[in-house]
Design a protein around this ligand. Sequence first.
Ligand code: ATP
Length: 516
Amino acid sequence: MAATQEETFKKMVAHCKEYGFVFPSSEIYDGLGAVYDYGQNGVELKNNIKRYWWDSMTLLHENIVGIDASIFMHPTVWKASGHVDAFNDPLIDNRDSKKRYRADVLIEDQLGKIEEKIEKEVEKARKRFGESFDEAMFRQTNARVLEHQEKWNALHERYSQAMNAMDLNELKQIILDEGIVCPISGTRNWTDVRQFNLMFSTEMGSTADGAQKIYLRPETAQGIFVNYLNVQKTGRMKIPFGIAQIGKAFRNEIVARQFVFRMREFEQMEMQFFVKPGTEMEWFRYWKEMRLKWHKALGLGDEKYRYHDHEKLAHYANAATDIEFLMPFGFKEVEGVHSRTNFDLSQHAQYSGKKIEYFDPELNESYTPYVIETSIGVDRMFLSIMCSAYNEEQLEGGDSRVVLSLPAVLAPIKACVMPLVKKDGLPEKAREVMELLKYDFKTSYDEKDSIGKRYRRQDAIGTPFCITIDHDTLTDNCVTLRYRDTMKQDRIAISELHSIIKDAVDMKNLFKKIMG
Ligand code: ATP
């Protein structure tokens, strides 16, 4: 992370705490590693993200329904899904700093460094050549770029092979050959690479003998797979159809970093779309596009997103892509779109001994459906929105402000009603205005401090509208409506407020963008 970006990121994290968005878990006991609590504003923002996702699935698609499965599941689920045997990360320790790393992440960072070198060359050339710069040509012909690219290709090839074969010795050898050092100790004194299973386990049952080892789910998807038949039969669902779910997932991440980006307890929003075998690539493309549209409709900036297609596919997948968002620490995965074949349903059929199929009335035959999955982390989505919304602005007259330019539909509070003074009947009038708004929009009331201070408080939590009641309001029934981003102020009739706010915060407008 560049120094200034790192600074801003740190300030954003501090802001999240100061303004009731995110607190470290059990803070009075010094916190718990990579576990966080959402505060009064954070939970509203998070709920709005979840609502945006849930409605985009279940309202916009007649053939998608939701469920809410338990976190605890029968232990055989995780045997069947492959998580007991294969949900591992390769870890490595530095003997001098005693710090633990993911071997794959160390190598990916090394790849990232080479990519950065290429981008620097391109940027330098762009400045040198100005208008006439032909970027594609430069990338294909510049000797230094080609040299870096060759290095990248060779390392990437070697790394992919090692990961696909889970060859732990080779992963260590790559780290040694690349001269990768521990960022803390600066040394290459590495241990061997070992496998580490990411699932948390606990025991269910009262006696030691009878107790059963069970896992906290590491993904919500399996709750959908094991309920596939229940939903298909009781909902009389016809393929293609989808099942959506939002819920907690748990992973004992080796290295938990970057605030809520990598947590040990987090929340996922997953949708499994069941399709006829042979049509999965068509649906994979559909969902890949659809999900990017969902992100872009929020208006955070189209250039902040990119796809990252996977070359190394998980054991169950035949196509996979990530939707990445430009965080202050680079483009990072926020969502995965995976074509999971019929792997999960077939495994559950085999392990449970139940027939898990779909009878297709058009074909007059039964088959095991294929699955396209869209899987997004609520907390990572939260982080991407916070990173792009957090702004420190210099204002005219030497003043400055911190403003969260949140998409209005997601803002925790939509409007704050403020009587100019605490007397002369203004608070009573302000309460009347609140009555008009509060049943439809999360509205707050603030009568403390100067109007300027009150505006700053609302800017800091991203409230799109402030409504000021003054003495004239009592006679003309008009208020001052102040807009968060432009700080513009308009004189508006009270009777118009509801429709102005509704227009700005209505998710329908985003849904139309997605579907249009
Ligand atoms: P990563 O490679 O970053 O570990 P992943 O590829 O293992 O992520 P998936 O298993 O595809 O992630 O999970 C789907 C989504 O769940 C991710 O895109 C991410 O948004 C979210 N997610 C996964 N792990 C975490 C975590 N530890 N903390 C927060 N969100 C997570």
